[in-house]
Design a protein around this ligand. Structure first.
Ligand SMILES: [Ca+2]
Ligand SMILES: [Ca+2]
Ligand SMILES: [Ca+2]
Length: 372
């Protein structure tokens, strides 16, 4: 452990991953109207597929469909049959089922959940976990705190299995990287080691539903390292209700995720500011240890929507700039795919999974000149 890391105490994290009291049905009564009165900051060329675009894509696809899709198998698009899907307002808000019409994701894509562990026997998660790794002082990779299991369910609970909930990432897999102890706290050192390990061990996406107020060069460089390996890194913007930088979300290569409600207002607990990248639904019904489920709110719950989308996006994205990686294309498509919901301090807006997947889908297609 470096000297810097040793100075950063476990208690730094304890308050940040606590859930926020919200009514059992996620209805937000605390958001003030002024949270919804300003304009989202300008973002690079927000793309909304037009009717003409879609007509052009269709024509192009129909001309080339057999040759381009030789050997591909597909399932009919459907609304998942998970019993509590109707409670998952956040998935409807980000147009998840429309995104799933484009791809259900793949088990070869892995989202590393850096958190308090994941309950490996939860029927919604057991088949999804590809590896368990522990960087904490706990003697188990199991989740004794509940936070990691909850986050994992939002990102990629087993979907369309009639049970529980649907996960944003549908078929994508999970890596359980325990970097928070059994009391929900963790040191920067554990998290930094976890980021590097996940990047070296095949993670496509890293979810960090955690953070602290202290800027750490080691943390930033770990994020940069993971980015250089092609990983999409997603982090919670924090639950302090202010605009002070929060790390690692603040770092350039992290997608910083704020929390919005069922009306696309920012939850008053959610951090905001010019360094925030996007917002996502900040209250969910999700998995808890012991084959159970709960409703919890916080930016910790928003981040895994984005991580799940990033996982899904890996099955669609193409390396358009030939740099050998696809995290750059996915990062851009998540930001550009956002809906401008007229809220300041939440970056490009609230994520829209369908628009992000549509952007990536379109980017796969080389449109013949005579159709442009
Ligand atoms: Ca399920
Ligand atoms: Ca950032
Ligand atoms: Ca690229």
């Amino acid at each position: 452990m470096s000297q810097l890391s040793a100075l950063l105490l476990v208690t730094l994290f304890s308050s940040m991953i606590a859930s926020i009291p919200i009514s059992a049905d996620c209805i937000n009564t605390s958001a003030k109207p002024e949270n919804c009165s300003e304009k989202t900051q300008a973002c690079p060329e927000a793309v909304n597929p037009t009717i003409n675009d879609l007509a052009r894509i269709k024509t192009e696809i129909l001309e080339n469909v057999e040759i381009r899709n030789k050997g591909y198998a597909a399932k009919a698009a459907e609304v998942p049959d998970d019993v509590n899907y109707g409670k998952q307002w956040g998935l409807a808000k980000v147009q998840a089922s429309q995104a799933w019409n484009l791809s259900h994701g793949s088990s070869v894509i892995k989202i590393a959940i850096l958190d308090s562990g994941i309950d490996s026997s939860h029927p919604e998660l057991a088949s999804k976990i590809t590896v368990n790794k522990n960087f904490t002082e706990s003697n188990t990779t199991e989740d004794k705190y509940g936070h990691g299991t909850f986050v994992a369910g939002i990102a990629a609970a087993e979907t369309n299995n009639k049970l529980g909930i649907a996960g944003m990432g549908y078929n994508v897999s999970l890596m359980n990287v325990k970097v928070l102890g059994d009391n929900g706290g963790g040191s920067y050192a554990w998290i930094i080691r976890g980021i590097i390990w996940a990047a070296d061990n095949g993670a496509n996406v890293i979810n960090l539903s955690m953070g602290g107020d202290i800027d750490s060069k080691d943390m930033q460089e770990a994020v940069d390292y993971a980015w250089s390996k092609g990983v999409v890194i997603v982090a919670a913007s924090g639950n302090n209700g202010n605009s002070k930088p929060y790390y690692p979300a603040y770092y350039n290569r992290c997608i910083a995720v704020a929390a919005t409600d069922q009306n696309d207002c920012r939850y008053s607990f959610s951090d905001f500011g010019s360094w925030v990248s996007v917002a996502a639904p900040g209250c969910s019904f999700s998995t808890m240890p012991g084959n159970s489920y709960e409703t919890m709110g916080g930016t910790s719950m928003a981040s895994p929507y984005v991580a799940g989308l990033a996982g899904l996006a890996f099955t669609m994205a193409k390396d358009n700039n030939d740099d050998g990686k696809r995290n750059d294309e996915i990062f851009d498509a998540i930001l550009k795919g956002c809906d401008d919901v007229g809220v300041s301090g939440i970056g490009c807006g609230r994520i829209n999974a369908y628009r992000t997947m549509s952007i990536l889908y379109k980017s796969r297609i080389t449109v013949p000149a005579n159709l442009l």
